[in-house]
Design a protein around this ligand. Structure first.
Ligand code: ZN
Length: 283
């Protein structure tokens, strides 16, 4: 008789019943394979999913008449995208996510804050781009640098840790792969209210255009366009308050059509994951 059957019978004979009989069986063979989940690699799922197409981005920027005012942030307020984590392991360091914010402060106060040297880590902050109420774009940090826009943050379970587990910053951040763009808040948005008067039509139009350029330049699908509130892990960030996605979508459709980008293609909101393997139809 097979040994396993013997143990089953023994369990039954001991009056243990089928459930505890199985338990008895397990106790005798503790080396049976046990399923355990695969550990999630650092930054898993944060690489761009489409092929970057800088030429298409440049052509689209020309068609849309994209302009940026150069207003660089102080070098203390941004850094470099790091290819490795604190233990030397490789991590994603290419832009693969766009995070939308609002300033809360006025344009002048926001620019002043980012252009002021901040030697203390806790005070350092920046976005790559800022759009004022008229939609004028201010370039604060180059795409290739790491803006400090979302401290403790994650995309689903994916994040990148550059600090040892014993430090308060161990929770990880998306800054290594994020492109941050912020909208100047309206006058009634300077406080801590839950909502305000919202963003201007020009802001939605220019936001959609800059997002589209980033999508083309870095190969970022629409499902990786998100908000600070959505990726924040500190439970303290709610921006951009009063943001209306459907207005962004309409503005994006206008920009995409002007650049000859199919709104049903791999960059659009309805793109299927399988479609993201190719961007040929939009080239
Ligand atoms: Zn924010």
């Amino acid at each position: 008789m097979p040994r396993s059957l013997l143990w089953c019978l023994a369990g039954l004979l001991l009056g243990a019943g089928s459930v505890s009989g199985f338990w008895f069986f397990q106790q005798q063979f503790p080396d049976l394979p046990v399923e355990s989940p695969e550990p999630i690699a650092q930054g898993d799922g944060l690489q761009p999913l489409l092929s970057p197409n800088p030429h298409a981005a440049e052509r689209c920027a020309e068609l849309l008449g994209i302009r940026e005012r150069d207003t660089p942030a102080d070098p203390t307020n941004f850094g470099v995208r790091r290819p490795t984590d604190s233990s030397g392991g490789l991590v994603p360091d290419q832009p693969s996510l766009v995070v939308v914010h609002e300033t809360v402060l006025s344009l002048e106060d926001t620019l002043h804050f980012f252009q002021t040297p901040h030697p203390r880590d806790a005070d350092q902050a920046s976005y790559h781009l800022l759009l004022d109420r008229n939609g004028t774009a201010y370039r604060l940090v180059p795409d290739l640098n790491r803006a400090f826009g979302a401290g403790w943050s994650a995309w689903g379970d994916a994040t990148i840790r550059h600090h040892p587990a014993t430090t308060p910053l161990a929770g990880g951040s998306l800054n290594n792969v994020a492109l941050h763009i912020s909208l100047e808040s309206p006058e009634d948005g300077r406080g801590d209210d839950d909502a305000h008067g919202g963003y201007s039509k020009s802001q939605y139009l220019r936001l959609a255009e800059h997002v589209l350029i980033w999508q083309l330049r870095w190969g970022i699908p629409m499902r990786r366009i998100t908000t600070h509130e959505s990726v924040d892990r500190s439970h303290s960030r709610r921006d951009p308050r009063s943001f209306r996605w459907e207005r962004f979508d309409r503005a994006w459709d206008v920009a995409a059509k002007r650049c000859g980008i199919s709104i049903d293609g791999p960059y659009g909101i309805d793109a299927k994951p399988a479609m993201t393997a190719s961007v040929q139809q939009d080239r």
